[in-house]
Write a protein that binds this ligand. Sequence first.
Ligand code: MCA
Ligand code: AMP
Length: 504
Amino acid sequence: MANPLYDGFFGVHAEKTTPFLRLEGGQVVTHQDFLSISAQIAHVTVQIGLKPGDRVAVQVEKSPEALALYAACAQAGLVFLPLNTAYTVDELSYFIENSGASLIVCGGKSQETLGVVAKELGAKLETLNADGSGTLMDQAQQMPTRFETVARSGDDLAAFLYTSGTTGRSKGAMLTQDNLISNAQTLVEHWRFTADDVLLHALPIFHTHGLFVATNVTLAAGGSMIFMPKFDQDEIIARMPEATTMMGVPTFYTRLLDDERFTRELTAHMRLFVSGSAPLLAETHTRFEALTGHRILERYGMTETNMNTSNPYDGERRAGTVGFPLPGVELKITNPDTGDTLPDGEVGQIEVRGANVFKGYWQMPEKTAAELRENGFFITGDLGLIDADGYVQIVGRNKDLIISGGYNIYPKEIELVLDDQPGVLESAVIGVPHPDFGETVVGLIVPETGAEPDEDGMMEAVRKSLARFKHPRKLVILDELPRNTMGKVQKNILRDKYEGMFAP
Ligand code: MCA
Ligand code: AMP
């Protein structure tokens, strides 16, 4: 195929007049309409001078046109770089500069601020609003609805997704066409997706879960999605009768379980509920089954690898586990110090290898070498074991990471901001259990001798530089941080001490 991602996923539906996106109020975008829009957008990218391999940084609200921009990038051979709508200008500037993006697509509201960034970096800027208006679609509407697909190989880059690191600097994970295609095909088979499936899509489309897992699987199966702008409980309940499947982060499921309208009757026709991005508590799994009769299928993935493991479709979906390695994915548990493979039952670091594993971090050869072994195994930073029946259990993380409502937060990023504030000697940021988000962020501050750091000032600084979901929900002033004999802050002691802070 001349362009495996476009030809295999999008192009095959070019003549299909069946629904692809089911919007609010009964509006439908067919596969054919969707591809016409994406072809028009692809023409715009050429007209403004983009060349295959160029990066397109996109921070826009979820809309059919935003998704069509992903298809347009695939067809024009561009690298799609989606960005969380919550990111601040400080955060965005780094991603745009680091990726060397040639085009920024943003909402009209950010046009002015990002216009400055674009100018500084010599990038073009177009706008796309939630209702599809803006300069991108103004131009696209004048364009032909067919575009000659640019030839690409499976090893060419399809997307960059930024993922933070323990040092506080985000890394651009380079995903190839083959990474995306192989994983989607595996998941379609494994989860038995067909053209008859209607997926309830309430996830954001700037991360792997909503963009690749949900969208690519639907495309690969030729099915359709109830495409919601965001998670809205009333809408989910209202539209569940039209759906056959749903994918969500654990917060989706705990919120639904607390809603009395969410009943066995409402879900009786559903074929499959999938959960991922964060640990699903065994208790949630059990409660869900007791209420609905459905066993949620939990799977495990990463930005760098797409999906690695999944509970079985037919066999036992075991609560508290992430199932088995997917076909084509090798998974082993290793000793973090030696890299040696550990016997089943022992806890170690999880390593994975397969066609799903990314190509490396953009322009960061040392970071790539540290995490992606020469033999192709990727060191995930997750700690786990393989039980006697072969199920993989994630028991912790070898990386300092908080997952709040499915969003990853690296404490270092927040600590760097807090440490910079007047009167702060040092800080430690930890994740503690939270009834809604699974985990949430707490900042522990040690003042300089005699100083009284201003909490409002600290929060203001955090607000200015970091996305809302990363903000500490509480700051606590301490005399000192617990340290081990090597001088390393013992975050486990702090987590134990504050674990009940948000208990219901
Ligand atoms: C929103 N807020 C959050 C979060 N989301 N704070 C912490 N953590 C969050 N996840 C903020 C809001 O800005 C708001 O701030 C306040 O919290 C309450 O907002 P609420 O209305 O409750 O939030 P929401 O809009 O309902 O969003 C919650 C959500 C959303 C639906 C759980 O966060 C979400 O869609 N999460 C999915 C994330 C996801 O797709 N992850 C996949 C990553 P204020 O009070 O100031 O107004 S991909 C991945 O992890 C790997 C590869 C994988 O395996 O999938
Ligand atoms: P991301 O940076 O968004 O790719 O997040 C990937 C991380 O999310 C993994 O390394 C895990 O720590 C976590 N994760 C994803 N799925 C699960 C799951 N089902 N259970 C526990 N952790 C998960």
